[in-house]
Design a protein around this ligand. Structure first.
Ligand code: BGC
Length: 819
């Protein structure tokens, strides 16, 4: 199709939008100051600018019918509202053609030289419509590996490279802001969106998000770090009230966001759907002004999550500058509130100034001519490589992997071998041009896969798909998500036949989840089904009987149970959801072309009930006399009901390894764990001083002591002295990754500690305090494989930072404490 250049429209639209005062004399953004431009805007224009212009996805009729009320309340297909005038509706029509499939647009005002900002999902790549009416050109984007895999690389430079590639697609397809990265804490393995998030640990989360933001923004486009904050579940996400202590907020849930804001200056922040301690995050001045702007110095603008919160006036006042996706009702609310004196126009002006400041950095505003032709080949190469670096080798008995030289013929068991899952569902799902299946990947790396087995699976899957129920998750259904089909029964006869014919067995287990729904602690989701376990046992037995090996591949987006079956196969490769090059990336690891160097950024527990939040996830209904806080509401998401619901974070700061360590609970695979095809020796730990005086530098040596090249992720934990409050046994405070070291080669890694690395949050004084005493430095290959130790002293207690008192719960939260 002919390229749609928004800025070329500006001139043409100038006349169309000039019904009120617009003349050539209007101050122009870029020429006149922002405040001059704002003071020349009418109240209606101001209200239009802080409210997004709605959602314009094309939704098939077949799906419309499935939405409650036929979707009449949905912003996807609201009846045109003419109360704002013809010009407004004409603008909407124009905007809908700019980057179809974008999640939203801001209003444009050519008379002030204010272009639209195109906001597009995120986070596994750019989510736009791949096909457009009236053209044969396609607009496919690269599906990169999920965030959880990227965090498992422990490689900030690599994540920045992935970010650069993503940012380039944002730029070249004409978008301005990628609604990414997702950076909520993986508090509980069942959160349906964990795949979009990095880790259970705030330091890893913050570092990875900062690396990603830097990469994306280096292309001259923006990011929106999301979902701010404590949005750790999907159940009743539009109304859940998260009750959590100030300390847990500061140390666990806010900390990653703080790091990303302070280190990477994201252009925008997306507030979350949930409430925190009784107030919607998008309506919380404590969160969006006191913490985000005053404590951390954030300079960009805040947008709501799509239909998040319920009171636009409160949102404006709190510092939630832009309401997305926006509807005309909200524009009228703003206009009326200013007229009646309920909303001070100065607040509106303040928010607009923040939006315009960011807008002036956007490529479109600067007149960048996008090509609609990013280098998808180059980006495919980046995704293929990044995926191998984030795969975690969980088990590798007798060097079952990489494949020995004599292995040529492979039998691929498990439906997912033939339908690889590149990423999760929902807004984080990218429309990629292709997915490399496991069998194609193996073929590309020179192996043959058994054709008859492939045929059996393909016809089984086809039959199953024909009568597979729609996903229970309505968003997944709406977006046409493909969920794995029930696993095929593998008989001992089939396994025996394959073991005779082929050299090795692969058994793929697949799981998918996504936005709008949480996972279940049940077979087929967190647990394996009987059929899956039987498949692993039967295939492994048959191959062992033939003197051959069986390898399990986990093509999953989040943590599953492994303890009950992990002893059976020879090796387990956690491939996560590795993006569009799935099969190639996995084959590269199986063949040894790539040495997997991923380590877990999330704990795999022995069983679900070991998870510290298992007894209060995803919370409970709240009794109320009032009708639902459901605005039946023009939000379009009212089919996801707003149920009075709350969840209390009794686990406090004891999330992930902080819990398993402090409460002596043995995990199946601990935080930081991951094997390699080679071995590494750690030595020569040096601290720049044995006294902490504002900072500390730590160096150590890693040597490849094995037979093949490989990279090693090294973790630095700090154990703080006991002060007046309970502290985790140890906390990750830095990490590093070697380059690819040849056998015998060494590298020195350098780590840094700042005062913040030593401090804990004291709720009574709202201070980050480092206690005086002896601190232990532990260098680990994982959180439970500490290889080097050192100590240093802090002579005097250090008050590192005093912050605003903010987000206090109504009553103290009862939290678990270690003995
Ligand atoms: C999701 C966001 C997403 C937005 C726009 C929301 O439902 O929670 O992550 O960016 O939609 O698609």
């Amino acid at each position: 199709m002919k390229q749609f250049r928004k800025h070329l429209l500006l001139g043409a639209l100038f006349l169309m939008f000039s019904s009120h005062w617009a003349t050539a004399q209007e101050p122009k953004l870029g020429e006149a100051s922002i405040s001059k431009v704002i003071s020349a805007m009418t109240l209606q224009q101001k209200a239009e600018l802080v409210i997004g212009t709605g959602m314009h996805f094309e939704i098939p009729d077949s799906i419309k019918d499935k939405l409650p009320g036929g979707g009449a309340n949905s912003p996807f297909f609201q009846a045109p509202d003419t109360t704002l005038g013809k010009a407004y509706n004409e603008m909407l029509e124009k905007l809908q053609k700019i980057v179809p499939g974008a999640a939203g647009h801001t209003a444009m005002f050519p008379e002030f030289n204010i272009s639209t900002m195109v906001l597009t999902d995120g986070p596994a790549g750019l989510r736009i419509q791949p096909k457009r009416k009236g053209t044969d050109q396609t607009y496919y984007c690269t599906a990169f590996p999920i965030a959880t895999l990227l965090a498992s690389t422990w490689d900030k430079d690599l994540v920045t490279k992935v970010g650069e590639a993503m940012g380039n697609e944002v730029l070249e397809y004409g978008s301005d802001v990628l609604l990414a990265p997702g950076m909520n804490i993986q508090r509980n393995p069942l959160c349906g969106r964990n795949f979009e998030y990095y880790s259970e640990d705030p330091f890893v989360t913050g570092q990875m998000a900062a690396a990603m933001v830097k990469g994306i923004q280096s292309e001259g486009v923006g990011t929106s770090i999301k979902h701010f904050v404590a949005n750790n579940q999907e159940t009743n996400r539009l109304s859940v009230n998260t009750i959590v202590s100030e300390r847990a907020l500061r140390e666990i849930y806010l900390e990653g966001f703080r790091i990303a804001v302070e280190e990477a200056n994201p252009w925008t922040v997306m507030s979350s759907y949930n409430k925190v301690n009784g107030t919607y995050t998008s309506e919380s001045g404590d969160l969006l002004t006191k913490i985000l702007r005053d404590d951390w110095g954030f300079k960009g603008y805040v947008m709501t999550d799509w239909t998040g919160g319920s009171d636009v006036i409160a949102q404006m006042e709190a510092g939630n500058d832009l309401i997305m996706p926006g509807n005309t009702k909200q524009i009228h609310e703003i206009i009326n509130a200013v007229k009646s004196g309920k909303l001070d126009e100065k607040i509106l002006d303040r928010n607009i100034a923040r939006i315009l400041k960011v807008l002036m950095m956007s490529p479109d505003y600067k007149g960048f001519h996008h090509t609609d032709k990013p280098d998808l080949k180059a980006h495919a190469a980046i995704t293929r490589r990044a995926a191998t670096d984030g795969m975690v080798l969980l088990k590798n008995n007798n060097s079952a992997l990489p494949f020995a030289e004599n292995i040529k013929d492979v039998a691929a068991f498990g439906n997912t071998s033939y339908e690889m899952i590149t990423g999760g569902t929902g807004s984080g799902d990218v429309n990629e041009a292709y997915t490399i299946s496991l069998t194609d990947g193996l073929k590309n790396d020179g192996y043959t896969t058994d054709a008859s087995l492939k045929g059996t699976y393909e016809s089984y899957i086809k039959d199953e798909r024909a009568h597979q129920p729609k996903p229970k998750n309505i968003l997944a259904a709406m977006m046409g998500a493909r969920m794995p089909v029930t696993e095929m029964n593998v008989t001992p006869e089939l396994a025996k036949e394959m073991a005779a014919k082929t050299d090795v067995a692969l058994i793929t287990i697949g799981r998918n989840s996504g936005e709008g729904g949480d996972r279940e602690a049940a077979p087929g989701d967190f647990d394996l089904t009987k059929t899956e376990k039987a498949m692993i046992q039967i295939v492994t037995d048959a191959y062992h009987a033939a003197g051959k090996k069986a390898i399990v591949i986990l093509n999953i987006g989040g943590v599953i149970e492994t303890a009950s079956w992990r002893d059976i196969p020879d090796a387990i490769l956690l491939a996560w959801q590795p993006g569009q090059e799935s099969g190639n990336s996995i084959a590269d690891v199986l063949s040894g072309k790539a040495n997997p160097s991923g380590k877990l950024a999330v704990t795999f527990p022995m069983k679900y009930s070991d998870v510290p939040s298992s007894d209060n996830f995803p919370g409970h209904a709240v009794k109320t006399d009032k009708p639902m806080d459901d605005k039946a509401d023009g939000s379009g998401f009212s089919f996801m009901r707003r149920v009075p619901w709350e969840v209390t974070y009794h686990d406090g700061i004891y999330v992930g390894y902080r819990y398993y360590d402090a409460f002596n609970v043995k995990p199946a695979y601990e935080f930081g764990y991951g094997l390699s095809y080679t071995t590494f020796k750690y030595s020569n730990l040096k601290l720049s001083s044995d006294k902490f005086d504002g900072s500390l530098t730590i160096t150590m040596n890693v040597k490849n002591t094995g037979k093949v090249a490989g990279q090693e992720a090294v973790q630095l934990y700090v154990s703080a002295p006991k002060g007046s409050i309970n502290k985790p046994v140890k906390e990750l405070k830095d990490f590093g990754k070697t380059k690819s070291l040849k056998p015998g080669e060494s590298q020195t890694l350098t780590f840094k500690l700042s005062p913040r690395s030593l401090a804990s949050f004291h709720t009574d004084s709202s201070e980050w305090i480092a206690d005086a005493g002896t601190y232990k430095v532990e260098i680990g290959a994982s959180s439970r494989d500490i290889r080097l130790n050192g100590t240093f002293d802090l002579d005097k207690e250090l008050m590192v930072k005093k912050v605003n008192k903010a987000l206090a719960p109504a009553a103290p939260v009862k939290e678990i404490q270690p003995k």
